[in-house]
Ligand binder design. Structure first.
Ligand SMILES: [Zn+2]
Length: 529
């Protein structure tokens, strides 16, 4: 292995959106040293690009790889997409900070999204998490947001009430410590308890702390359905009051009755920017979303946490109330999209594995019970750890979002080995660079920009996201036929067309195969205050 590399004859797409050009590129000591045609090879290892595209390594601006990075450091399916940096800690879910009181509830909270998790896999702080990753090694770089849930569980547990001034101050102090040590910002998950239980004073206080550190607030907003407009306004007003830069997570319009609302949502964001709010958004390129099964319940159902929910489900009257809230309230997810559009994607209990890949309607019919009863059975028998895929979007809205100048690409994948996950975890980046670019959603230069410099700028990664002399040599070499292969029925097929991927000048993919090298680092700017 040499730390001196010459990539010869590449079509370089630099990540800024500028037109592609033909050149050689030299890497030395992990950095891009020179970009010129006809560079001499000297003692460098030479890779003949043969006219393939060379781009900055892709940045997954929104994912949930927090836990899997500890368990599978080489992150093969991400590396094989050309991804070199992962942004984790989204939608209020992070593996830190925990206190002695919150350890168990934090473990439970995280496992509801990503499956069973050990107490040793949650951490006191950002620094503890980073040290654990560095000790094990990691192939890709990582950026981590602080999940609001971890802060709230540390101070209020699963209480459904406003925080007192003293409790807000404790959450702010806990958040400040993580930001100071290098966490990239705060993530809210306003449909997910306990983040959903916060009042405006709490959200504003935490956004102010984040802003004071010059970092960003990301939000899974309160509704992507009929409440989308109001939920965008809620987030924008927090950003404005706190003067915090913001990232709206996976912008979409969910549920047929709401389809067509994307242009209006984009106008809200544009208007806010003109009024001085620094906001942009991420979105994955698919017509389905994915979440945990508990999201089908109204947030108040989880008051007190999962054990309290299970107790409540034992009471026939409460159970019937919940059934109505899930199925009959006109604006509930199930009422809007139907059980047939809810597919079971991941379970922890081996006895439930045969249900993975089936929709709730069909699975319930097979079991001779109602879909609601199946949902309750899943919550009970799987300890709340079932994930679902929701077919709820339409192409026009998706295309309007994914081609908008404020958009960046985030997979939102939920990695759970052995399940039938949403294919976005395996195909997002090749899908953008390949299929959608060929369908003329954007030029290749623009596609690459959405997967690189836009995210780097948002997360303050000054060393990443563009090809320029002096930048970290995080690079991907791919061909024009790059293609995603994962589908909803065969969701874990790896993409094709990605040949080489480097992180800090070291190959993590060589000739289309993972090398197992672990050159990644947790990226994070330490701050004062
Ligand atoms: Zn989310």
């Amino acid at each position: 292995m040499t730390d001196h590399l010459l990539i010869r004859g590449a079509r370089i797409i630099d990540g800024t959106g500028a037109p592609c050009f033909h050149s050689d590129l030299r890497v030395q000591d992990g950095r891009i040293a020179e970009i010129k045609p006809d560079l001499p090879a000297g003692d460098a290892e030479v890779i003949d690009a043969d006219g393939r595209y060379l781009a900055p390594g892709f940045i997954d601006a929104h994912c949930h790889d927090d836990l899997i990075c500890l368990r599978e450091p080489s992150r093969v399916e991400k590396a094989m997409q050309g991804v070199t940096t992962l942004v984790v800690g989204n939608c209020s879910f992070s593996l830190y900070p925990k206190t002695s009181d919150s350890a168990d509830s934090l473990r439970q909270h995280f496992s509801s999204l990503l499956g069973a998790i050990d107490t040793s896999e949650i951490f006191d702080s950002f620094a503890g998490y980073r040290n654990a990753l560095h000790a094990r090694g990691i192939a890709l770089n990582m950026v981590s947001l602080v999940g609001h849930a971890a802060l709230r569980l540390s101070v209020l547990g699963y209480d459904r009430r406003a925080a007192t001034a003293e409790e807000r101050a404790r959450m702010q102090a806990l958040l400040a410590r993580q930001l100071r040590d290098g966490a990239a910002g705060l993530s809210l998950g306003l449909v997910y308890p306990p983040s959903a239980y916060a009042d405006q004073a709490e959200l504003l206080a935490l956004a102010q702390t984040t802003s004071a550190h010059g970092k960003i607030v990301a939000a899974h907003i309160r509704s992507y359905e009929d409440g989308l407009g109001a939920s965008i306004d809620e987030f924008l007003s927090i950003l404005k009051s706190a003067q915090a830069p913001g990232l709206l997570s996976h912008l979409q319009v969910a549920g047929r009755p709401n389809w067509g609302a994307m242009p209006k949502a984009l106008e809200q964001l544009e208007a806010a920017r003109l009024a001085g709010v620094d906001v942009s958004f991420d979105m994955y390129p698919y017509l389905a979303g994915s979440s945990y099964i508990l999201q089908l319940l109204p947030p108040e159902a989880l008051e007190g946490g999962l054990p309290a929910l299970l107790t409540r489900l034992d009471d026939p009257a409460t159970r019937e109330n919940l059934r109505r809230a899930v199925e009959e309230v006109a604006k509930s997810k199930v009422a809007m999209i139907g059980w047939g559009n809810v597919r079971i994607s991941g379970t922890s209990n081996p006895a439930l594995k045969p249900l993975e890949g089936k929709d709730m309607h069909a699975a319930a019919a097979q079991a001779g019970i109602t879909p609601f009863d199946l949902m309750v059975r899943l919550i009970r028998e799987d300890g709340g750890q079932t994930t679902i895929v929701l077919f709820q979007l339409n192409t026009d809205d998706l295309r309007a979002a994914c081609t908008h100048p404020l958009h960046m690409v985030g997979s939102d994948g939920l990695p759970r080995p052995g399940t039938k996950p949403h294919p976005r975890a395996y195909g997002t980046f090749p899908r953008v660079a390949g299929r959608l670019r060929r369908e003329a959603w954007f030029t290749l230069e623009d596609a690459v920009r959405r997967m690189t410099s836009v995210a780097a700028e948002r997360f303050g990664l000054r060393d990443h996201g563009v090809i320029a002399a002096g930048k970290s040599a995080d690079l991907v070499l791919f061909d024009d036929a790059i293609d995603d292969k994962a589908t909803f029925d065969t969701p874990t097929l790896l993409p094709t067309g990605v040949h080489h991927v480097w992180v800090a000048g070291q190959a993590i993919v060589e000739d289309g195969k993972s090398t197992g090298r672990l050159p990644g680092r947790v990226l994070g700017r330490q701050t004062a205050s």
